[in-house]
Design a protein around this ligand. Sequence first.
Ligand SMILES: [Zn+2]
Length: 324
Amino acid sequence: MSISKIYGNDENLQFLRIMRKNQHIPHACLFYGEKGSGRKTLAAYFAMTVLCTGEHAPCGVCGNCRKILHNTHPDFIPVEHSGKKQGFSVDTVREICRDAIVAPNDSDKKIYIFTDCDNIGIPAQNTLLKLTEEPPEHVVLLFTAVSKTAFLETMLSRMIQIAVRPCTPEDCRQALTEQHACTPADADRAIKATSGRNIGLALRFLEDSAMQEMTRQASELTQAVAQRNQYEILRILACYEKDRMQTAEFLRLLLAQFRDACMLKYGSASLTGCDRPSAEQLSQLLTAGRAFRLYEAVQNAYEALQASVSTKLVLSALGGKLLL
Ligand SMILES: [Zn+2]
């Protein structure tokens, strides 16, 4: 991990600095935002801010900061996923509740991090409630998730909720070239294909050829919808029938493309999709109402997939709606 600098999210960083300055450390904190937006990086930055012994926290060089950066700090504890949906089992949570009573090893706080909580489940949260309601003074619980919707209201009411914001393309370019040793040409290529508002997504685009193929197909499908090309629409959707995870990724890319087509209808320049020209083409050919219905159709397909509806069924229903 390398977090000598956080790109974007200035308001959140300022909040963390004020929190440290006033010595007002919350016992539970949720970092939520889209995958790749830097939720875990910001949570680790939070942990460094709390545990740092340097003068300007987080200094990145004191013993505590370095151990967090190298994932070896005994008081910064990642909670392992368990269960079928990669949530957290009640047994895992009970174990954390028992461990939380024990005093920290190296510092005065013990920080547990529950990452990717979108499948955390209600039994696990009910088991965690007492710890979030009456935590020992030394305990801090951090959570990351795409959205707040997986959490019970009783849990949310005890958490400080931090929305992790998209960065600017310029922040993204700097992060890629300064922190991840990308060439300026590669950084530009990734920003063009991913909109440059999500550093994790841009990195994945450069490292993962399947992701490059997916962005190409999302752009092609946008064009096929604009041209009402039934064969192309069905051909592209059929490529995703066998892999639920990839389908979810693909629908997320498509959602951004259709969102852009809607936004362009209203003259907005703030776009997040992988291919502006195809979103523009779609926008020019549709009424605002139809653009919004297409967006809704992809959103519904994504939600059905999350609710474990069969991938083939979801794509077949979506294929029909994209042709209407
Ligand atoms: Zn430090």
